[in-house]
Design a protein around this ligand. Structure first.
Ligand SMILES: NC(=O)c1ccc[n+]([C@@H]2O[C@H](COP(=O)([O-])OP(=O)(O)OC[C@H]3O[C@@H](n4cnc5c(N)ncnc54)[C@H](O)[C@@H]3O)[C@@H](O)[C@H]2O)c1
Length: 370
């Protein structure tokens, strides 16, 4: 198959959909890979590295779309790309259709086949192409939180790990899923005292088994949260209720109970946030203060570490890309139910319920196209 990898053009997006290692894997299997020049620049991969792995470098985004059968990307196509998309294209990327109607309409009009990373779903309901970004964001939450606890950036002036003779900082993590677990690991590794709250007792049992002794678990409820916010230095919001807005676990009045310079990192900001006073920020201006409490609410945290994020994402996408290239999308989706759930739009028809429901569009039965 002919695979094309354009350079991401959405602002502040430095990731790329394929690494030189991915190119080598595909070209070894006799597929042809075209990479737009400088596509890997933001993630630290040079054109010559792709070339030596077997890719052909093309000068423009137009030339990549014109020659490729499968387009592999990171972010959804933006308006200037819509006209480049043709009915024969298979697009494999994050789309998040339900949040943006013009994109949905444009992809319907293109008649291309749209496979969305975010809806590829395993039989146990886990989302293998979202997990890597949650892992990055969870680990980053502590790195960023530790930074903003420093006095010059309005934090409490606390070193999370403490030093001999000075106790470590205290970290409260709301939600013990992927983000929460990775955050807890990082905070515990620094030597902080960590409390994880979750409503899922099974999850708490598991975390209690695998976490080191400086991590404790507690049931998530308002009573416990009110007790804990008083003396924790860094609070990480990492809850998720699939398909719903994040529950507001930290309310505005709780800010007055916290000590000045407490840092809140609301990773769940992309689902509306679990902290009432949270609104989305960017890497250019990541924090703001409310009631002397530092808020860090960057909606695209992995974007700050594109080298790590690109490799983490492509580790997860490459097996699917390889299968799609080997078998074609119809055969690949017949073979893998997780991949089939990634199909959102085919030949101008919406085949994913969440997207059809979001915009009251007719829902077509996906098997009709396989
Ligand atoms: N800001 C970013 O850059 C970024 C990056 C990746 C993920 N995220 C977001 O981070 C959030 C967490 O993602 P995840 O992959 O860890 O999800 P997950 O499903 O793995 O974990 C969510 C956890 O929250 C728990 N939970 C639900 N309600 C709760 C409550 N009331 N109190 C405590 N816990 C509760 C669930 O039981 C679950 O264990 C999501 O909103 C996700 O979109 C943001």
């Amino acid at each position: 198959m002919i695979v094309g990898v354009p350079k991401e053009i959405k602002s502040n997006e430095n990731r790329v959909a394929m690494t030189p290692a991915g190119v080598m894997e595909l070209t070894r299997k006799k597929h042809t890979v075209y990479i737009q020049t400088d596509a890997g620049e933001g993630s630290g991969f040079a054109d010559y590295e792709y070339e030596s792995a077997g890719a052909v470098i093309l000068p423009t985004i137009e030339s990549v779309y014109a020659i490729a059968e499968m387009i592999v990307k990171v972010k959804e196509p933006i308006e200037s790309e819509y006209a480049l998309i043709r009915p024969h294209h298979l697009l494999f990327t994050y789309f998040h259709f339900a949040s943006y109607q013009p994109l949905t309409q444009a992809m319907i009009a293109s008649k291309a086949t749209c496979l969305a990373y975010e809806t590829v779903e395993m039989p146990d309901r886990s989302l293998p192409l979202l997990i890597p970004m949650s892992e990055v964001a969870g680990r980053m939450a502590i790195q960023e939180g530790a930074k903003y606890l420093e006095k010059p950036v309005k934090g409490r002036g606390i070193l999370l790990g403490g030093v001999p003779g000075v106790p470590p900082g205290k970290v409260l993590i709301l939600g013990g899923g992927i983000v929460g677990t990775q955050a807890a690991k990082m905070a515990a590794g620094l030597g902080a005292l960590v409390t994880i709250l979750d409503v899922n007792l099974q999850r708490l049992r598991y975390l209690s088994d695998i976490m080191p002794n400086n991590v404790i678990t507690m049931h998530s409820n308002e009573y416990n949260i009110r007790q804990l916010v008083v003396n924790h230095d860094l609070i990480v919001g990492a809850v998720l209720i699939p398909g719903a807005k994040a529950p507001r676990l930290i309310t505005r009045d709780m800010l007055k109970m916290m000590r000045p310079g407490t840092v809140l990192v609301d990773v769940a900001v992309d689902q509306g946030g679990c902290i009432e006073t949270c609104y989305p920020t960017t890497h250019d201006n990541p924090t703001y203060i409310v009631d002397d409490v530092v808020h860090y609410c960057v909606a695209n945290m992995p974007g700050a570490v594109p080298y790590t994020s690109t490799i983490a994402l492509t580790n997860a996408t490459l097996p699917y890309v390889t299968l799609l290239a080997d078998k074609g999308w119809k055969q690949a989706c017949k073979q893998r139910s997780d991949l089939k759930l990634g199909l959102n739009i085919i030949n101008g028809q919406v085949v994913y319920k969440g997207v059809a429901d979001a915009f009251q569009l007719p829902l077509e039965e996906v098997n009709r196209f396989l």
